[in-house]
Design a protein around this ligand. Structure first.
Ligand SMILES: C[S@@+](CC[C@H](N)C(=O)[O-])C[C@H]1O[C@@H](n2cnc3c(N)ncnc32)[C@H](O)[C@@H]1O
Length: 386
């Protein structure tokens, strides 16, 4: 399936935005030049998203929310953070002092979760945020200062992961934002599909896959004429967290599948997606730095990377939110109060519906020293599929 954008059918970027994209392209071109004319797609994606001051997440564009390029669950509704906070409260009650949020976006989830945890009488000692984008970090600071000034002293920003982690680590739509490699299985082995420059812009070019990528791809036993993405960065992050985790949980929410579904013979062109002002398409070379680039998450690889931790549960988002009591939160407002109830009900529908975020998004928890079962996973657990 391809849905390459008709450039003219998309909203056009401003001259200022195009100039930033041009600067980023100069940087990417130099990188390609330094590497004999070819870089991996993972390196291209890393620069397109995170090159300091120029990448999609590092530069000053709006990104998240209705005025940006895509909407995440915390941006969509406070119901998401309030419901998730119930699971966090249950975990913090197991003598876990802190929460660490990875990639906190606009700070929307942090603000709602902290407020809800305060209401539940289960505030963490510290709510720590690790954010790679300096621009988003500033936005998070401003948002939390204005939304929850009374709790601001509990929130701190980390420059890197702590050596030892005693915390609930959460990441909503973070793993899907990490760079992925593209590979192609042919009749004569695995190639890596990288990026070159041409007179018409960037183009794909294959090389024989090598090293960790070739080893990972070989294990997948992909059929011939099959293209897909392999993330080395997401498992590396999970393995790093797992190794540092003394007592606590890693809780990731993201779209994706177990390996068996991710690498299904019919999904033979991968899961790469780009988002520009709420238009989804599959051309990562369009306006580098101005659009989001993402791939689905292979949750089997996440579990494998967390070897040594207990798999505490794996459910779809709808099941998780229902298990944690989202419907109870909804009924706090009488349905007769249409002005308040109707928008919340519509948001719940988007979070829960299988046609929207309810089925594609999954929640996974890996932990050390945790008494289970956790209430978010007590019905509908699909850990056996991983
Ligand atoms: C798709 S956004 C999701 C933002 C937010 N969690 C939400 O749900 O609205 C991805 C976020 O992850 C951040 N990020 C990417 N790589 C990261 C890493 N290695 N560590 C921490 N944050 C990272 C990005 O800067 C961005 O804030």
């Amino acid at each position: 399936m391809t849905f390459s954008p008709e450039k003219n059918a998309l909203p056009q970027p401003s001259a200022e935005a195009l100039a930033v994209s041009q600067q980023l392209q100069t940087l990417i071109n130099a990188e390609i030049g330094r590497h004999s004319g070819w870089i991996s797609f993972a390196r291209y994606m890393e620069l397109a998203l995170y090159a300091p001051g120029l990448g999609y997440y590092s530069a000053g564009s709006r990104k998240l929310g209705r005025a940006g390029d895509f909407v995440t669950a915390p941006e969509l509704s406070p119901l998401f953070g309030r419901t998730l906070a119930r699971q966090l409260a249950e975990l913090l009650a197991q003598d876990i002092p802190d929460i660490i949020e990875l990639g906190a976006g606009s700070g929307a989830l942090a603000a709602v979760a902290i407020e809800e945890l305060a209401a539940l009488g289960q505030l963490p000692q510290r709510y720590r945020i690790l954010e790679v984008s300096a621009d988003l970090r500033e936005r998070q600071q401003a948002h939390l200062q204005s939304r929850i000034p009374q709790h601001a002293s509990r929130v701190e920003w980390l420059d890197h992961l702590p050596e030892r982690i005693n915390a609930v680590v959460i990441g909503n739509e973070v793993l899907d934002a990490l760079p992925v490699h593209r590979v192609r299985a042919g009749h004569d082995g695995i190639s890596e599909i990288g990026v070159i420059t041409t007179n018409h812009g960037y183009a794909w070019a294959q090389r024989s896959a090598a090293g960790a990528l070739a080893a990972t791809a070989a294990q997948l036993q992909l059929p011939a004429d099959y293209e897909t993405e392999i993330s080395l960065a997401a498992p590396a992050l999970v393995a790093d967290l797992a190794q540092r985790l003394e007592h606590g949980v890693l809780l990731f929410i993201d779209y994706g599948f177990p390996a068996r579904e991710f690498f299904h013979p019919q999904r033979n062109r991968g899961t790469l997606m780009c988002h520009y002002r709420h238009h989804a398409h599959d051309d990562p070379f369009l306006w580098p730095g101005l659009q989001d680039i993402t791939a689905h998450v292979d949750f089997s690889a996440v579990v494998k990377a967390g070897a040594g931790l207990d798999l505490l549960g794996y459910v779809n988002q709808a099941q998780f939110l229902i298990n944690c009591g989202i419907t109870g939160l909804l009924t706090e407002i009488p349905a007769t109060d249409v002005a308040r109830y109707a928008p919340l009900a519509a948001q719940a529908q988007q979070l829960l519906s299988p046609a929207e975020m309810g089925e594609l998004f999954k929640v996974i928890a890996l932990g050390r020293g945790i008494a289970s079962p956790l209430s978010g996973f007590n019905r509908g657990d699909k850990s056996h599929t991983l």
